[in-house]
Design a protein around this ligand. Structure first.
Ligand SMILES: Nc1ncnc2c1ncn2[C@@H]1O[C@H](COP(=O)(O)OP(=O)(O)OP(=O)(O)O)[C@@H](O)[C@H]1O
Length: 317
C-alpha cells in the first residue's frame, strides 16, 4: 500500500498544477463542474472555451483568489486552501483579463508599485520593462499609453518576482501582430527555463501553433484535452484537400471521389474542395495523382483549432 502512496506523491510533485474534481457554483450557476486536470512543469497550456465557459473562474481558483465549492487544487504539490499557500502564491504570476492601472503613474512607477505589493526586488522593474518592449516608455505616464502598451505593462507586472507558474487571461488583447510575436517569444523563453504557463485566448489561430497542450471547456466542464494533433485524431476531424482543376476535370474527379467512403466534394474557385476522413487521405491522393497533368495543384489542410472547437460544439448539439 505504501508503494502506491509513494508513486502518487511522486507524480504529485512532478505536476505544476493538479485539479481533482474541482467545482465552483455561484448560487444556481455552476461555473466550473468537476474538473480534473494535470499540467506538467514547463508546459505552455492553453485553456479555451466560449464566453462564460468557466475559464476565468478556474484561473481564480487556481490562484487562490476565490475558493472552490468542492474538489482539490494543488500548485507545485501544495494545496491552494492550505496554510502554506501564501508562500506558494509568491511563485505565481497573474495577468487578469482586465488589469487595473493608474493613469497618473509612469510605467516604471507602476511596476515598482506592483513589485512592493508582491515583495519582489525593485531592481527587477527596469529589466522587466525592457523584456516586454517598454524600456523607451518607462517614464511616461500611463494616460499616454496605447491599449497594447498597457497590455504589455500588465504582462510585465505578472513577470515580477520570477514566477514559476504564470496565469495569463487573454494576454494578447490589443496587441499588434509584431507584439504578439514578441510576446510568444518571451513565453517560449520562460517555458525553456522551466516556467509553467497557462493561457486563455479567444484567438484560436494564435494558440494553435504555440501551446504544448490545451483543454476545451464547455459549460464549466473540460470536453477535450490534449495536443492540437491529438485532438484532431480524437475527434476524427476531416481533412480538407483542395484540387486545382479545370471545370471538366473537376466533374470527372468528383465522380471518382464519390466512390470513396466518407469523402464529400464541393465546387470551389480553384476546382474541387474535398472533405475526407484521415484514413481516406491516401485513397483521395491516389485519385488525384491519377489525373496526371490535368491536376494543376493540390493543397492539404489539417483541421484548425477553430474547426475542432466548432466540431465539438456540433457533436454536443
Ligand atoms: N462573481 C460571480 N458571481 C456570479 N456569477 C459569476 C461570477 N463570476 C463568474 N460568474 C459566472 O460563472 C460563469 C463562468 O464565468 P467565467 O468568467 O469563468 O467565464 P469565462 O470562460 O472566463 O468567460 P469569458 O470568455 O467571457 O471571459 C458565467 O456564467 C458567469 O456569469
Amino acid at each position: 500500500m505504501n508503494g502506491v502512496t509513494n508513486i502518487s506523491n511522486d507524480e504529485r510533485h512532478g505536476a505544476a498544477i493538479e485539479l481533482r474534481s474541482v467545482s465552483k457554483s455561484y448560487g444556481a450557476i455552476q461555473a466550473v463542474d468537476r474538473v480534473d486536470l494535470r499540467v506538467e512543469r514547463g508546459e505552455i497550456f492553453g485553456l479555451i472555451g466560449h464566453n462564460g465557459a468557466g475559464k476565468s473562474t478556474l484561473f481564480k481558483m487556481m490562484l487562490g483568489l476565490t475558493p472552490a465549492s468542492s474538489g482539490e487544487i494543488l500548485i507545485n504539490g501544495g494545496s491552494v486552501a492550505g496554510k502554506g499557500f501564501r508562500a506558494t502564491r509568491r511563485a505565481l504570476g497573474y495577468l487578469p483579463e482586465n488589469v487595473v492601472l493608474y493613469d497618473n503613474l509612469s510605467g516604471l512607477e507602476t511596476l515598482k508599485f506592483f513589485a512592493r505589493l508582491k515583495g519582489a526586488d525593485l531592481k527587477q522593474c527596469a529589466p522587466t520593462l525592457e523584456r516586454v518592449g517598454l524600456a523607451h516608455a518607462g517614464n511616461r505616464p500611463l494616460r499616454e499609453y496605447s491599449k497594447g502598451m498597457r497590455q504589455r505593462l500588465g504582462f510585465a507586472q505578472a513577470l515580477l518576482g520570477k514566477p514559476q507558474v504564470l496565469f495569463l487571461d487573454e494576454p494578447t488583447n490589443g496587441l499588434d501582430p509584431q507584439a504578439i510575436r514578441d510576446f510568444y517569444f518571451v513565453l517560449r523563453d520562460l517555458r525553456d527555463s522551466g516556467v509553467t504557463i497557462l493561457i486563455t485566448s479567444h484567438i484560436l489561430a494564435e494558440l494553435q501553433e504555440r501551446v504544448d497542450r490545451l483543454a476545451i471547456m464547455v459549460a464549466g466542464r473540460i470536453q477535450a484535452l490534449g495536443t492540437v494533433q491529438g485532438l484532431r485524431e480524437q475527434q476524427q476531424a476531416p481533412l480538407q484537400i483542395e484540387l486545382r482543376l479545370s471545370e471538366v476535370d473537376a466533374v470527372f474527379a468528383r465522380q471518382a471521389l464519390s466512390e470513396l467512403n466518407g469523402v464529400s466534394c464541393s465546387s470551389s474557385t480553384l476546382g474541387l474542395s474535398v472533405s475526407c476522413p484521415r484514413e481516406a487521405k491516401l485513397a483521395v491522393l491516389g485519385v488525384a495523382t491519377g489525373l496526371g497533368a490535368r491536376l494543376l495543384d493540390l493543397t492539404i489542410a489539417e483541421p484548425s483549432l477553430e474547426d475542432l472547437f466548432f466540431e465539438l460544439g456540433k457533436a454536443r448539439e
